[in-house]
Write a protein that binds this ligand. Structure first.
Ligand code: ADP
Length: 325
């Protein structure tokens, strides 16, 4: 069954004076999605997030939250949104309970509903034992949990988190990521981050923005395809002449690496299985056979350092490569 679409944003533009900070950006977020939103500084992430949360009017474009137009009916649409800004507006001199109760009132939750909502948000964010503590005395990790608790307090369909793990220690980062994954079961989540492994560890979809425009938008599975580099690394104890290797089906080029291993570029089907069988049959002494993968970081750098569209595998011909005839 198709998942419910929670956010549908189309053709978003935002000008600051003559500067176009966001150009024709679209977003679709379905229930259960944890969408990673990546881009270098100045790319337009904050501008986009502020438009999606109803804090900044787009110069052009439409944003619907569960079908409700954010510009026509901002109150109703914002009720479906929870937002953790990069600098959470926490009151350090409030206790956790006081602060969350206050936030609930801002969302027009009251009476018994408010007590239940505060209790549930605390429980989901692991804050059960610290309700009476002053926020200013909590660790940064716990303060971030309070920020997330205020974002989910009114049980919004969509939770938007801006750099939620910045400044946390590795254990706190693990805990907050686990919490985000768990929230992804019940909400749609947009996660803006600079931390690429965070996207791989937490998200099921990824969008990359550069100079105001989307340069990549795919599922994590789609991204996996881009991570395959069309290269395999091989170590052979008795390597044959290059010409013999280049005759293997699919092998397009060959490069000798400094450590004595060979880097084969292929086209079409990965020749690893055929190569292993032939290496055994011909006594080449196969010691290593590793599919080479690009990292998300490499893809990110390629997309954001140049204006070219994404390369679908081949990282380019190396000067020392021997090409197949
Ligand atoms: P990011 O969050 O990816 O770092 P921003 O959305 O903050 O990017 O900024 C995108 C572009 O818009 C940048 O060139 C930035 O200088 C510009 N910009 C952002 N906010 C304003 C503003 N209030 N006035 C003028 N220019 C702005």
């Amino acid at each position: 069954m198709a998942q419910e679409i929670l956010i549908d944003a189309e053709h978003l533009y935002r000008y600051y004076g003559p500067t176009c900070a966001v150009r024709d950006v679209g977003f679709q977020l379905a229930k259960g999605d944890v969408l990673g939103f990546l881009g270098p500084n100045g790319a337009g992430k904050s501008t986009t997030m502020q438009m999606l949360t109803g804090n900044l009017a787009p110069s052009a474009g439409t944003i619907r939250v569960r079908g409700i137009d954010l510009l026509d009916a901002p109150k109703r649409a914002k009720h479906e949104l929870g937002y953790l800004p990069e600098q959470p507006p926490l009151y350090r001199e409030h206790t956790v309970d006081e602060f969350l109760t206050y936030c609930g009132r801002l969302h027009r939750v009251s009476g018994d509903h408010l007590r239940v909502a505060v209790g549930q948000a605390k429980q989901r964010c692991g804050l059960g034992a610290v309700g009476k503590r002053l926020i200013g005395n909590l660790s940064k990790g716990y303060q971030q949990r309070v920020g997330i608790a205020q974002a989910i307090l009114h049980n919004p369909a969509v939770v938007i988190l801006d750099e939620p793990t910045v400044g946390l220690d590795p254990i706190q980062i693990r805990e907050i990521r686990a919490l985000i994954r768990e929230l992804g079961n019940d909400h749609g989540i947009i996660l803006s981050t600079h931390i690429l492994p965070e996207v791989q560890g937490v998200c099921n979809r990824v969008q990359i923005i550069n100079r105001g425009q989307l340069v990549f938008s795919d599922t994590m599975a789609g991204l996996e395809q881009h991570l395959h580099s069309q290269h395999i690394i091989v170590r052979l104890r008795n390597a044959p002449a290059p010409a013999e290797l280049l005759q293997l089906p699919g092998v397009a080029a060959l490069e000798l690496l400094d450590d004595g291993r060979l880097r084969l570029r292929y086209e079409g089907t990965n020749p690893a299985v055929a190569l292993a069988e032939i290496a055994v049959a011909r006594g080449w002494g196969l010691e290593e056979l590793i599919p080479e993968r690009r990292t998300l970081e490499q893809i990110f750098v390629e997309l954001t350092m140049q204006d070219t569209p994404i390369d679908t595998g081949d990282t380019g011909t190396h000067p020392t490569e021997t090409e197949a005839a």
